[in-house]
Design a protein around this ligand. Structure first.
Ligand code: FES
Length: 331
């Protein structure tokens, strides 16, 4: 079991960001969200502002959302279009969409200023099935290495569904508290009793394949959830259903605050199925929110000092904790 101190306090969050969240592939959004030149998505990744942008050549690039002059923001967090260049919101330096500094107002060669020394800080960006991932570690191994076990099980011939719906929730717990809950089905009978009408909860299993954890349970007739349930190290759920799939990003916003962003990619003709799924999803999230916030409160109370994991049900949690421990002790 991880030390309780890893689930609380600014120090724990700082170490998670440095050793885990800034060294791993983090989901930013979907290719279809930036169709035109200058379209961008900006978010905070591992505590660092990042922007991805569609360049004039049609490719997408990623940068730190940080001006090289005095650290102003190029764009506000969220989605938008910056035209043919980024213009810093502080003093107006302009950067081409490939990151080169194009115009630093009132700086010139006569002052010995060379704009080539002030391009934007790059961020790794790779895509899979239109899903955009960034990595702040420029030396990270390719995204394909992480994705491989999921790609191998992705349903053959599944359509490229559009981004149909988004949901966000705030939850007052450490991000690892939430991830651990996500990685086990031991709690299903108590917390989500209605699941058993859809799948055989007694048959719920988790399987670790490299850095992907799969969950499965025998579906009942007309199951909504029957499909492929996956999770990618360190904080992304990927669930494939009959008429679409859903991405769940788990972002550490603070030491005891996590934001869940759900992206639904669904067959637009299946509005009734999507509505039914959203209803179940909202209920499940509310149920998980309650138990995770109660666990977090107890972790912070200072009485609990670590327990024991079920070998049958909590192998995924054990793997995650070992991996966190390894990452935090790495240099
Ligand atoms: Fe960007 Fe000054 S901080 S132009």
């Amino acid at each position: 079991m991880l030390s309780v101190d890893l689930y609380r306090g600014e120090d724990a969050l700082r170490r998670d960001r440095e050793r885990v969240l800034r060294r791993t592939w983090q989901f930013m959004g979907h290719d279809s969200q930036t169709p035109a030149t200058g379209d961008y998505l900006a978010d905070v990744i591992g505590g660092a502002p990042v922007v991805v942008v569609r360049k004039a050549d049609g490719e997408i690039a990623a940068f730190h959302n940080v001006c090289r002059h005095r650290a102003g923001a190029l764009v506000a967090d969220g989605a938008g279009n910056c035209g043919e260049a980024f213009t810093c919101r502080y003093h107006g330096w302009r950067y081409a969409l490939d990151g080169r500094l194009r115009n630093a107002i009132d700086f010139g060669a006569s002052e010995g200023f060379d704009p080539r020394n002030y391009g934007l800080f790059p961020v790794r960006l790779e895509a899979w099935r239109g899903l955009l991932f960034v990595n702040l570690d420029l030396e990270a191994s390719p995204l394909a290495n992480l994705i491989a076990p999921l790609a191998a099980r992705w349903p053959d011939g599944q359509a490229a569904f559009p981004l149909t719906e988004r949901r966000s929730h705030r939850i007052a717990c450490n991000w690892k508290t939430y991830v651990e809950n996500y990685l086990e089905g031991y709690h299903l009978p108590m917390v989500h009793p209605e699941f058993d009408a859809d799948v055989v909860v007694a048959g719920y299993r988790t399987e670790v394949v490299d850095r992907v954890i799969f969950a499965s349970a025998p579906p009942r007739d007309a199951s909504v959830y029957g499909g492929l349930w996956g999770w990618l190290w360190p904080n992304l759920g990927v669930n494939v259903y009959r008429h679409g799939y859903m991405i769940e990003r788990m972002t550490a916003v603070g030491p005891t605050e996590t934001r869940l962003d759900y992206f639904y990619f669904f067959d637009p003709a299946r509005t009734a199925e999507l509505a039914a799924m959203l209803k179940v999803s909202d209920l499940v999230t509310a149920q998980d929110l309650q138990v995770c916030e109660e666990v977090q409160r107890n972790l912070e109370a200072g009485i609990y000092r670590g327990g024991v994991l079920s070998p049958k049900h909590e192998n995924g949690v054990g793997w995650f904790q070992d991996r966190i421990e390894g990452a935090l002790s790495s240099v």
